[in-house]
Write a protein that binds this ligand. Structure first.
Ligand code: SAM
Length: 278
């Protein structure tokens, strides 16, 4: 910890809250995060937000190649020092949310994401990977603990929501490590957890992914209302049509959206397509 502080000080680097800069320094923790991610010497890794390069070093020691993205160019002299001598690391000073993912994937092929993400971009970045990526094999990300719970939730729980269903379409998610706030510098106000998502193409059969996303939006439109009500409101269909759709999808008449598993949501989405609603 003091070594990192010294390096940051030496380069006159000031931490920026708006970029979610909370760095990890504990070597054992960093190594175990990478070990849990399933990265090996054949893996290309994309790291989002490499900060002072502590996690980057740990990834580089196990991976074939690391593309480390960082938004804050002021970290350039710090990273030049902390990553010096590592030949399998390429640092790219870009805002990852503005990256053309398809173009990146044409260049680097299949890859895994390993990242200690700033909290404010967790969901948008994950959504980008879920919706746009053809080549991501897995994602291991450190996120706020309660967000991690949401990513891995089961239906019929308060944590289950649209993001859970979106993840489940593409892969299986589990919490592989809980990390106390005391492990970060500076210390954030919340504890964190590492979620690992293993992508499996065609995990849940669905006719159209966009239609599935619309169905999920509809299901969680108003959690307190029945799915029938949400269907009527979201798709402007009659009550009779909504009832018919639910029956064809094997959903109980009074069910709420949050009781439907991702597989059932996929069936509902296909029924909506078959009835010309989506
Ligand atoms: N990986 C380092 C670690 O574990 O110590 C730093 C983690 S820190 C929580 C998040 C990092 O992401 C910061 O260095 C921040 O500047 C960077 N960042 C924030 N928004 C970003 C974006 N849109 N694209 C790329 N990097 C970003």
């Amino acid at each position: 910890m003091s070594e990192l502080r010294e390096i940051l000080q030496k380069h006159g680097f000031q931490m920026k809250k708006q970029f979610g800069q909370n760095f990890l320094t504990d070597g054992n923790l960093l190594d175990s995060i990478v070990a849990e991610s399933g990265v090996d010497e054949t893996t290309t890794v994309v790291e989002i937000g490499c900060g002072a390069g502590t996690l980057t070093r740990a990834i580089a020691s196990r991976a074939k190649k690391v593309y480390a993205f960082e938004i804050d160019v002021k970290l350039q002299p710090v990273l030049a020092e902390t990553l010096s001598g590592l030949e399998n690391v390429e640092v790219i000073f870009r805002d990852f949310s503005k990256i053309d993912l398809k173009a990146l994937e044409r260049e680097i092929g299949e890859y895994k994401v390993v990242a200690n993400l700033p909290y404010y971009i967790t969901t948008p970045l994950l959504t980008k990977l879920l919706e746009e990526s053809d080549k991501v094999q897995g994602v291991s990300i450190m996120v706020q603990e309660e967000v991690a719970e949401r990513f891995c939730a089961k239906e019929n729980t308060p944590e289950y929501g649209a993001i859970t269903a979106a993840i489940a379409l593409k892969g299986s998610a589990k919490i592989v490590k809980r990390v106390s706030r005391t492990m970060f510098y500076p210390r954030p106000n919340v504890d964190s957890a590492v979620v690992r998502i293993d992508f499996e193409r065609g995990r849940i059969a669905v006719k159209n992914e966009k239609a599935y996303r619309q169905t999920v939006k509809c299901a969680f439109l108003n959690r307190r209302k029945t799915l029938e009500n949400n269907l009527v409101n979201y798709f402007s269909v009659s009550r009779e049509t909504a009832k018919k759709i639910l029956s064809e999808a094997g959903v109980e008449e009074k069910a709420r959206g949050e009781t439907l598993s991702p597989t059932r949501l996929a069936i509902l989405s296909d029924v909506l397509i078959d009835n010309g609603i989506l």
